[in-house]
Design a protein around this ligand. Structure first.
Ligand SMILES: Cc1cc2nc3c(=O)[nH]c(=O)nc-3n(C[C@H](O)[C@H](O)[C@H](O)COP(=O)(O)OP(=O)(O)OC[C@H]3O[C@@H](n4cnc5c(N)ncnc54)[C@H](O)[C@@H]3O)c2cc1C
Length: 286
């Protein structure tokens, strides 16, 4: 284990269900009992060989079987660089198709996470191609990117299911809003368009101001609670997650698990200075 991994292990535990699929299923069942749905993510990205990509495909096929067997209310989320996007676009699309076919047999759904901007167009190309034959796939749009409004319009025309998030990667100011205020107002603009389009959008944020705005907007436009869902990450704002579920909203929790937890954990760390302080305090205690 690298020094960085050792330093971040206590912090990572808050955000990750464990290393094994069984750990994730246990967490998912507990969330289901509290009235929340789940999306399970096998941590991994940027694979360097075809073998690693096939291994990820097989892990997702087994996970879909396990979800079905254990009767958990969960779908899956994945990253295309985990399925070989950096190696060969066609190979990646074929790998994704295998997972979509399997999910279809269980009447389940697959969400393609959105990675850094180098992958946005490639991800959307693969998504649009496979969406023609598989309606059980959805994609993610990041509100910090200037291009997202046009992408959302295309996705709405095609009747696609979109998860809207703010965006978690470091992007240059030539292509992305840098100010929180600008990201938030773009988020609200895109969220309203998705809600009006009514293709079961996922409003993925822990930002209470945006969540309250969403509630007000759906009330004003008579949009029913069961025609969209809120989504949050495992380990962040758990009380708010339960509150929304108790209010009768569809609440889905993104639960990552697996041994490749470092890049995901670093993204969570960078999002908040309190997280950096937590890690620093732990280091000083040692
Ligand atoms: C279900 C889900 C799926 C996602 N999928 C993707 C994806 O595919 N691609 C992508 O680029 N990004 C993805 N993200 C991450 C997203 O882009 C943001 O980086 C992340 O959600 C933080 O933004 P926020 O909307 O919560 O707003 P912020 O303004 O960043 O945060 C609002 C509040 O949430 C809490 N909070 C936020 N982040 C943290 C944290 N790390 N630790 C502790 N508290 C925190 C704090 O209380 C903060 O004040 C996803 C997020 C969610 C919820």
């Amino acid at each position: 284990m690298s020094l960085l991994s050792r330093i971040l292990t206590p912090f990572a535990k808050r955000f990750i269900a464990g290393e094994r699929a069984e750990d994730a299923i246990r967490v998912a069942k507990a969330l289901n009992e509290k009235g929340m749905k789940v999306t399970l993510d096998i941590l991994g990205e940027d694979v360097k060989t075809e073998e690693e990509a096939y291994k990820a495909v097989n892990s997702y096929l087994s996970l879909l079987e396990l979800i079905n067997k254990e009767k958990v209310d969960a779908n899956v989320s994945l990253k295309l660089t985990q399925l070989g996007l950096d190696l060969d676009t066609n190979l990646c699309a074929k790998n994704l198709e295998k997972i979509l076919d399997k999910a279809k047999t269980y009447n389940n759904f697959v969400r393609i996470d959105m990675e850094g901007s180098a992958y946005t167009q490639k991800t959307l190309n693969i998504f649009h191609k496979l969406h023609q034959t598989h309606k059980n796939v959805g994609v993610v749009i990041q509100a910090y990117l200037f291009r997202s409004e046009k992408d959302i319009q295309d996705l709405i025309k095609e009747g696609c299911r979109v998860r809207l998030c703010k965006g978690a990667y470091k992007e240059p100011q030539t292509i992305a809003y840098k100010d929180k205020k600008d990201v938030d107002s773009n988020y609200i603009r895109l969220m309203e368009q998705l809600l009006i389009a009514n293709n079961y959008p996922a409003i993925a944020t822990h930002d209470e101001k945006i969540i309250n705005h969403t509630k007000k907007f759906v009330g004003e436009h008579k949009i029913r609670n069961n025609s969209f869902e809120f989504q949050m990450l495992y380990g962040i704002r758990s009380r708010l997650q339960e509150k929304l579920a108790n209010e009768g909203h569809n609440m889905r929790i993104y639960v990552p698990f697996g041994s490749h937890w470092l890049p995901y954990t670093v993204r969570r760390l960078r999002e908040r200075k309190e997280n950096i302080l937590f890690v620093a305090k732990n280091l000083l205690k040692k």
